[in-house]
Design a protein around this ligand. Structure first.
Ligand code: FAD
Length: 287
């Protein structure tokens, strides 16, 4: 089987899906229905998020392990530095290795007080994601991905900072990057070109969230410190209060953005599924 960077560098674009660990049995049932339906598309990989502040550590590990054991999918486990000493991080990485999981998305995580609060590293942990990348690589045979911010990370001063952070993470051993939700394709292209201009060949996979519910996505964008562009909110606004019209417009936006990204040479599309399958299946079908 090919590694994620090998898949990303091949000619055909990759398709991948993001899930989060379910919080109860009902949510687990919904998630597994989505996983089973999306599995039929044979995605390149599926990623499993790590709760803010490290809150889902055990659930993230368990879900990743279960995906590996009971599906044909290749899991990519997210891991953050928040609230963890190096010893704790070493233990989590060791659990992945023992379970046969060899793909990790290495993240710093957001400040524990929330966005806008200063970042304070764990006294025996890491200050930045590049240190976690190098640490994971030193622990064994892992493929490591990292986060990219086309609209700018909230703490960065501009696109140069965002590009340089990616180059640093590549030098530390990252093999690919996945972006925040892309709503403005121009911003993605600008970051990608800034990274390439620095002599880096790090593949940057754009993430697409098919909008089905306007309020939910506005909230997610706020949580990520990333306001939605007015071009998108205006289009959704024109759909008014009709949920079916909002959904149709949201899926049209996701389809158009994905097409343009692939036409512009993006190495793949990472779908943020919100643990559901139908919107992602529709957009995938349109492509
Ligand atoms: P870093 O790369 O450390 O960057 C953080 C800031 O520091 C940036 O402004 C950067 O420019 C700057 N910087 C980087 N390196 C250095 C350095 N060496 N010296 C000085 N400055 C530096 N969060 C979760 O809690 N769980 C998840 O599962 C999760 N999944 C994510 C998936 C994706 C695809 C993305 C894009 C984000 C995800 N996040 C997740 C959010 C992420 O943890 C936060 O956005 C966090 O604030 C930044 O993480 P990072 O890994 O990019 O950090």
């Amino acid at each position: 089987t090919r590694s994620i960077p090998e898949m990303v560098q091949a000619d055909a674009p990759t398709f991948s899906f993001e899930f989060f660990p379910p919080k109860d049995d009902a949510a687990a049932t919904t998630l597994w229905e989505a996983i089973r339906r999306l599995e039929k598309l044979s995605p390149s990989f599926v990623s499993i998020t790590y709760g803010a502040g490290g809150t889902t550590r055990d659930r993230t590990v368990r879900l990743t392990q279960r995906v590996l054991e009971s599906t044909s999918l290749t899991p990519l486990a997210h891991l953050t530095c928040v609230g963890h000493s190096r010893d704790e991080l070493r233990r989590v990485v060791g659990q992945y290795a023992a379970a046969g999981v060899h793909n990790i998305l290495a993240l710093r995580g957001d400040p524990q007080g929330g966005l806008g609060e200063p970042w304070t590293p764990h006294p025996e942990g890491f200050d930045h994601a590049d240190e976690l990348v190098a640490f994971i690589r030193s622990l064994g045979d892992f493929t490591v991905g990292v986060a990219a911010f086309p609209d700018g990370h909230p703490e960065s001063r501009g696109v140069a900072d965002d590009a340089e952070a990616l180059v640093r993470k590549e030098r530390a051993g990252a093999g690919f990057a996945v972006t925040q939700m892309v709503f403005d394709v121009e911003n993605y292209l600008r970051l990608r070109d800034e990274v390439a201009r620095r002599g880096s060949s790090l593949p940057v996979i754009p993430a697409i969230m098919p909008i089905t519910n306007a309020r939910q996505v506005v909230r997610m964008a706020e949580l990520a410190g990333q306001p939605m562009p007015t071009a998108v909110t205006d289009r959704l606004g024109r759909a008014g209060d009709d949920p079916a019209a909002v959904r149709a417009e949201g899926l049209a936006i996701a389809t158009e953005s994905s097409r343009r990204l692939l036409d512009e040479g993006a190495p793949g599309i990472h779908f943020i599924t919100m643990n559901r399958s139908s919107a992602t299946l529709e957009v995938f079908g349109n492509l």
